[in-house]
Design a protein around this ligand. Structure first.
Ligand code: PMP
Length: 414
């Protein structure tokens, strides 16, 4: 029997986010851009402030009380992220500044060491630039080739094409868990299984998944998983890379500097153990600690509850948006295969004009190419508007979006 998660108390959630007390031009702030960055609860804001007020010190080096406190809190945050992702141990978690840095780490470290001419890197048509460009840079240096899995007209990955493209030449598959434009949730578990059959490793870009769904890296079976703290109620400048420990151990360092070494002479350097080998220099300490608090916050609410809330909101939004004549919605994955992201256009109104119009109503949406220009080309558009939802959004906010879009159509005379 499937037990339904208990319903989320959205009002209680919203009270924990001070920004929602703000008004914009006399109107309540309606934030529908969490795919770009999420808002932060008070506990996360307090955690960062408390670090600076009470135990600001560098980590892993001080021999005094506050440095020990800082190190303990930093390492506890690593442990929390490991548990959040069901990683086998905290040594599998490398702190990064976000998904972009995590993917670059894998591309430069794993990619440079393992790719050569004749090898292939398999990406998909729905990747964010940060899961395309690092691979292009590495392909140029190593002679490996990039191949791309197309999407279907419904905005799903074309799995038949994936299987055709997945040859023995493919050494790494880099795929987004959830599309930041179409909202599509990709079958990452199946992708990992198939990729492993040909001996390829898999990097999953979890930027749009880790904040919204329960993620279990062991069940997925991925080799790498990248996430951004700022999209999951944590601070900017925080994020993480999960990597299988054997892989991380075999990989060369990404950046050189303090902290990542064991001994240094001018002739030779030996490196620290994982994950420290990948954390050169002073890390964003307050941010990592506060990311741990964001993980506590999300866990205390429950990822199943958050997911269920977003499924409801997205279904409601998709239904209500049909009332807006002239709207085109990109991607038609069924609710169980879709996250809380809806990209759309309204007649031929430029998405930036639409976003400016909505801003006058206190509604924040994103407009542009969403760092996914190849996908825009596939969809035959230069840009789209995008509304994205999180645990603090309500059906009333979707009603406000729909009404404002109807007004926009009238205002622009279309
Ligand atoms: N991948 C996806 C799917 C994203 O949506 C984003 C952020 N828009 C990124 C990667 C990059 O994340 P960050 O800018 O936090 O490094």
């Amino acid at each position: 029997m499937i037990t339904k998660p208990t319903e989320l108390d959205v009002e209680a959630v919203r009270e924990q986010f001070p920004i929602f007390r703000r008004t914009i031009r006399g109107k309540q702030l309606i934030y529908l851009d969490s795919a770009a960055t999420s808002q932060k609860p008070q506990s996360v804001i307090d955690a960062e402030r408390e670090f600076y007020e009470r135990y600001n010190a560098n980590v892993h080096r001080g021999a005094y009380r506050i440095a020990e406190e800082a190190t303990a809190a930093y390492e506890a945050a690593r442990e929390k992220i490991a548990r959040f992702l069901n990683a086998p141990s905290k040594e599998c978690i490398v702190f990064t500044r976000g998904t972009t840095e995590a993917i670059n780490l894998v591309a430069y470290s794993w990619g440079w060491a393992n790719l050569k001419e004749g090898d292939e890197i398999l990406l998909t048509e729905m990747e964010h630039h940060s899961n395309i460009v690092p691979w292009q840079l590495i392909a140029q240096r190593t002679g490996a080739k990039i191949k791309v899995v197309p999407i279907t007209d419904d905005g799903l990955l074309d799995m038949d094409a994936f299987e055709r493209l997945l040859t023995e030449q493919v050494k790494i598959v880099a795929v987004t868990h959830v599309s930041n434009v179409l909202g599509t949730i990709n079958p990452v578990r199946e992708i990992c299984q198939k990729a492993h059959e040909v001996g390829a490793v898999v990097l999953v870009d979890g930027a749009q998944a880790a904040p919204h769904l329960p993620v279990d890296v062991q069940a997925i079976g991925c080799d790498f998983y990248a996430l951004s703290g700022h999209k999951m109620c944590g601070p900017t400048g925080s994020g993480a890379l999960y990597g299988r420990k054997e892989l991380l151990e075999a990989m060369p360092p990404f950046m050189g500097g303090g902290e990542m070494i064991r001994t240094v002479t001018f002739e030779r350097t030996t490196f620290n153990e994982v994950p420290y080998k990948f954390e050169a220099g002073t890390p964003p300490i307050a941010q990592a600690i506060a990311l741990g608090v964001a993980v506590d916050f999300l866990t205390s609410i429950g990822m199943e509850q958050i997911r269920a809330h977003e499924v409801e909101l997205t279904s409601y939004a998709l239904e209500r948006l049909q009332e807006v004549s002239g709207i085109t919605i990109y991607g038609s994955a069924p609710p169980e295969q879709r996250g809380g992201v809806i990209a759309f256009n309204l007649n031929d109104i430029h998405p930036h004009d639409l976003a400016t119009f909505l801003d006058a109503h206190g509604i924040c949406i994103r407009a542009g190419h969403h760092c996914a220009q190849p996908l825009m080309r596939r969809l035959n558009v230069a840009a789209t508007a995008r509304a994205s939802f999180y645990l603090y959004n309500t059906p009333d906010e979707i009603d406000a979006l729909v009404e404002a879009l109807k007004e926009a159509a009238k205002f622009f005379g279309r």
